[in-house]
Design a protein. Sequence first.
Length: 423
Amino acid sequence: MKVDVLLGLQWGDEGKGKIVDVLTPNYKVIARFQGGPNAGHTLKFKEHKHVLHTIPSGIFRDNAVNVIGNGVVIDPIILQKELDALAKLNVPYKDRLVVSRKAHLILPTHRMLDAASEAAKGKDKIGSTLKGIGPTYMDKTGRNGLRVGDIETANFNETYSKLKEKHLQMLSKFDGFVVEGLGEMETTWMKGIELLRSLTIVNSEYFLSAELEKEHPILAEGAQGSLLDIDFGSYPFVTSSNTISAGACTGLGIAPNKIGEVFGIFKAYCTRVGSGPFPTELFDNDGEILGKVGNEFGATTGRPRRCGWVDLPALKYAVMLNGVTKLIMMKADVLSAVDTIKVCTHYNINGDIVEELPFDINANIDPVYKEFPSWKIDLTGMHSVNELPVELTNYIEYLENELQIPIVIVSVGPDREQTIERI
Ligand code: GDP
Ligand code: IMO
Ligand code: MG
């Protein structure tokens, strides 16, 4: 038995939450492997629309256990809010959720350090979600972090205070940054720690290995997207973890030879939230239409997402890095609203036509486009490939041919039901 991986191929928000929820009936375990509450994964079914930040997107199904892996960073305040929201919907989360002992904790002062660092960067800011992600991973790699397992020890409060004091010293070095409301945040944080203690805390690498032994299928759920990867993304405008498939190995303790299918998910166009390069970004009417019809607002921060066309050099890069075996195309319905669809096939960099992402994606990239007519009809009520308009089939087949990977699912709306399988 192998572990399948599902991850985003663009700058995040591809629709991972929706598809993990759709695929969960095929799995016994859903495991998040990196990121933290910077993620916002939206699920929609019947009258429910629900956004998850830390909790894997299989939580609404009763057939699967959801694992928060060691590669994830957890903010107990946000986790508590997520769990309270699930309790209101009568989701028996305690029976469906386990948490890795080795996952790192986001402290209130990590969030403050994130805010102080962003403010100090001024116009060069990353556009972080301000959830403390960068500072928490810095403490992890700097070997100072607090882990879930630490909350089970007798001297946890002391270890917490030591790290907090260190952070306060660091914060005092930021010009003009004032520490406010820490006491209140700490009280809520400690309540979150109590709730975390009441969950099933496991050595998730052993847990997952045992599940594999039992021949239980596992789906690893990524957060963010490949172009936000700390090593291969548009550095420094990236997040602080490995979002690519290799991150599933380190973020869950899965050996590389245990990886099975790699589902690469992408929007039929492209979006980015936060700062940083975006070669195919649109500043015209089409961009506005995509934002409006696609309802492109961040699920975590509410910020408007920047919109643009599909970028094939970037998608090919992501397919290569992840070893994608199956593609999933989202939000095809949104492209019904434009007249002409464009796909960037190459980059023109100072007269050179290239397909490779340059070291500096901020470089003077002029996208070379190929145009496709839009289908201009409503797809949202369609349920089978036979109903799809020929213009969409042509678009799909063109992308499959360029990427050399089959597109196995086409999504035509946010609801579970608005999902068309192509095999
Ligand atoms: P994630 O972070 O990858 O899980 O994606 P987000 O939840 O942040 O953003 C995807 C957004 O698109 C959410 O609002 C979804 O409800 C919505 N969505 C997902 N699939 C589709 C689709 O096929 N069509 C439309 N119109 N919306 C979709
Ligand atoms: P999901 O899982 C889209 C972006 C932020 C910022 C950069 C760094 O929902 O796809 P961070 O808070 O990690 O320090 O921010 O990364 N970012 C996301 N963009 N979707 C996400 O997650 C993101 N998580 C972080 O906007 O540009
Ligand atoms: Mg999202």
